[in-house]
Design a protein around this ligand. Structure first.
Ligand code: H79
Length: 701
């Protein structure tokens, strides 16, 4: 995968004798620390995650030695922030002496904690160690730590105490990548220290030793790993690290960057048994919410950099930050908002102002954030919705109005529940009188107070009877979008109180003769554009669902005289950006494979593999192929590209569907790896079998 590191940042310090171990602390609403086993039931997992899910809002702190250069090196403004060692290609021998300058005399952990707490944040994640390897606590295992700075104080210890005193949960960010530790590999190209003795497993042992120190000494509630993407860190390392830290502290929550299952900057965990308790979108918010039970946290900078840079003044306005928090909460995620303190230990003035302003909004509205869960609506043109369960199965909806409609009325589309008596009210001003709630067909409407103007987000509260039932587009269930002779269609909606109508000719379903009722399964024998919609009392509700179904002929099988087991493979050397780069090259090695994997890879980076032969389809029917690769890959059968997963990217799964006649089909699977991690997984499903790896019988040459 590409190594396109973003800019930004810096590191920190250490000193001093170890403090006596703190008395074990744990906020009373966190699960007991010993009752969660490594292999959990769903209720045990939910109990472990409960405080984190309820918190919704946390403070990220990037602090370390990099705050000293602050994006300047040798008198030039270089940028790079916490990445400055890498961005400016600084030799460790020139970077590590920053340790002697680290003396943040203004460090006041109680002030930091209070700024977070007053902003409505419930936890703090601070960099125990960033990519530069500098440690913010006095570690027994390295001298490159705060203990070796003029400052000398145990920064994590002091922060832990302040957090404990104020009921803020302390969490630690810990980088797997380490640019200065001699055993870490790969070395930066400009780092010419002899590397013959470098022993990566020794480095992994060092990390584990440090994590044991951290967990036992500071009891972080979350371990937030990062820098996992270099090829040296494997899935096995990730599994082992996750199990290691949870064995020391069964209640600890660990992000998905501990393992290799993260999907790029979008940050969610791909399927395949990867460790990690939550996904980590970075600098982005998923476009839609996730299925219930998928935990995630968007981390984001207030300006552009994670580490301190005085010249980075591109701070997001408070309004935008609050709306991002609300947007994320309405999608079921957490918001981890960053501050990069300067070399004296001060938060930037702009960050202080924004935290205070967010706090003023939270003061009146935090009930709509803490302990709430995702919206029941897929989209609201005036704002967002968050929810809370009430007694008797009832629900409270928090309606976050971002733009007040000129009509003075907001609409809750397709919400079939009735309001409980009280009607709606303003969260920040409940005394302002009940707001009129009316039913208009399947919608509820709420009249906003006369002349209400919205500054950041005005929150209305509406209690409804029972869990929310929202009717939107019906779902169209069909096995695959292509079929041979016929296929079955089924429709379903969120409630029995609505009627589904559908058409097969591409026209929008009306409540008339021109459409058919969708209450029974339908057999389709011809290609069709299916459109379906819900109706309530004869009036349309929600969006129109569409599916294109194509009747196809199966790809003809080919006749061959010979058919031996396995696929032929050829391995190529080179730095590729697409699979087309393999064309016309001389292979560096060739052989036969009876399964599709990378066991024949000629080296760890910058290579390509082309598999050729035949796919043996056991029956005539519809087949789906799922291709998961890092970096690019492409699967063709005959002249048809079935899955195009080409290009430089991290692990990414794509699938394609094709109709095949029973028998042999010419197959070509191209793959290439740039730098970093590599992976190639091909699975298929077909007539009578579920998604699985291709068995040896399917591969011929
Ligand atoms: O600590 C902050 C940054 O210093 C750190 N993460 C946040 C929380 C960070 N390191 N690198 N980056 C951010 C950007 C790196 C992006 C890439 Fe990749 C790494 C591109 C390719 C390798 C991640 C993994 C995105 C795609 C694959």
């Amino acid at each position: 995968m590409p190594f396109l590191c973003s800019l930004l940042a810096h590191a920190a310090i250490t000193t001093g004798a170890l403090p006596p171990p703190e008395a074990t602390w744990w906020p009373s609403d966190l699960p007991p620390r010993t009752e969660t086993p490594l292999v959990e039931t769903v209720p045990q997992h939910d109990a472990r995650m409960a405080w984190w899910r309820e918190s919704r809002f946390g403070l990220f702190i990037h602090w370390g030695l990099y705050a000293i250069p602050g994006g300047y090196w040798e008198g030039r403004r270089t940028g790079g922030a916490e990445w400055i060692l890498n961005s400016v290609k600084i030799h460790p021998d020139d970077y590590m002496p920053l340790q002697q300058q680290f003396n943040p005399v203004d460090f006041d952990p109680m002030q930091w904690v209070m700024m977070a707490k007053n902003a409505g944040m419930k936890y703090i994640v601070i960099t125990s160690k960033h990519h530069d390897g500098f440690c913010l606590w006095p570690s027994e295992l390295t001298d490159f730590d705060v203990a070796g700075t003029p400052f000398g104080r145990d920064i994590l210890g002091e922060l832990a105490t302040a957090c404990r005193n104020e009921g803020i949960v302390l969490c630690l960010y810990h980088s797997i990548m380490d640019w200065t530790r001699p055993d870490y590999l790969p070395r930066r190209a400009w780092d010419d220290r002899p590397s013959n003795d470098a022993d990566y497993q020794q480095y992994v042992g060092y990390m584990k030793g440090q994590l044991q120190e951290l967990v036992e000494r500071y009891q972080p509630a979350v371990l937030w790993f990062d820098g996992e993407w270099e090829g040296t860190w494997t899935h096995e390392d990730g599994q082992s690290m996750y199990d290691f830290v949870r064995t020391i502290d069964p209640a600890v929550i660990v992000n998905n960057r501990v393992d290799t299952g993260r999907t790029g900057m979008a940050g969610l965990t791909r399927s395949g048994g990867y460790r990690g308790d939550f996904g980590t979108p970075e600098q982005e918010i998923p476009a839609t919410g996730m299925p219930f039970g998928v935990d995630w946290e968007t981390c984001m900078t207030m300006n552009r950099s994670w580490g301190y840079q005085s010249f980075d003044v591109a701070f997001k306005p408070t309004k935008e930050l609050v709306r991002k928090l609300v947007d994320i909460t309405s999608k079921g995620g957490n918001f981890l908002l960053n501050v990069g303190p300067d070399e004296r230990g001060r938060f930037p003035e702009q960050s202080i102002e924004r935290l205070a302003a967010i706090g003023r909004w939270m003061q009146a509205n935090d009930e709509s954030i803490h302990g709430t869960f995702a919206s029941c609506f897929t989209g609201l043109d005036w704002g967002r919705c968050t929810r809370r369960n009430l007694a008797d199965q009832n629900q409270r909806l928090y309606l976050h109005v971002f733009e007040s409609p000129t009509s003075g009325v907001i609409r809750l589309p397709g919400l079939l529940n009735d309001p409980v008596e009280r009607g709606a009210f303003l969260l920040a001003n409940p005394g302002a009188g009940p707001l009129t709630v009316e039913r208009e067909g399947a919608d509820l409407t709420i009249r906003l107070p006369e002349g209400m103007s919205v500054e950041i987000d005005t929150v209305l509260v509406l209690d409804i009877e029972g869990p929310a039932i929202v009717v939107d587009a019906p779902s169209i269930d069909v096995a695959e979008p292509i079929f041979l002779e016929s296929t079955m269609l089924k429709f379903s909606a969120a409630s029995d109180e609505v009627e589904i109508r559908y058409t097969l000719d591409g026209t929008t379903p009306e409540f008339s003769e021109s459409s058919d009722p969708g209450d029974e399964p339908v057999e389709i024998r011809r290609s069709a554009t299916v459109m379906a919609r819900c109706f309530f009392d004869g009036a349309p509700v929600g969006k129109v669902a569409t599916a294109t179904l194509r009747r196809v002929k199966p790809l003809r099988a080919v006749q061959t005289l010979t058919s031996r087991p396995g696929l032929s493979w050829a391995a190529y050397l080179g730095s590729f950006e697409t699979v087309a780069g393999l064309d016309g090259l001389e292979p560096a090695a060739e052989g036969v494979a009876t399964s599709i994997d990378l066991s024949m890879q000629p080296r760890s980076e910058n290579f390509g593999i082309r598999f050729t032969g035949f796919l043996n389809a056991p029956r005539t029917g519809i087949y789906r192929f799922s291709l998961d690769s890092d970096d690019g890959s492409m699967l063709s059968l005959g002249s048809v590209v079935v899955v195009d997963n080409d290009g430089l990217h991290s692990a990414l799964e794509k699938s394609g569907v094709i109709a095949l006649e029973k028998g042999l089909h010419p197959l070509r699977l191209d793959y290439f790896e740039g730098t970093g991690q590599d992976d190639l997984i091909l699975k298929w499903s077909g007539p009578g079998f579920e998604l699985q790896p291709l068995p040896a019988e399917a591969l011929k040459r």
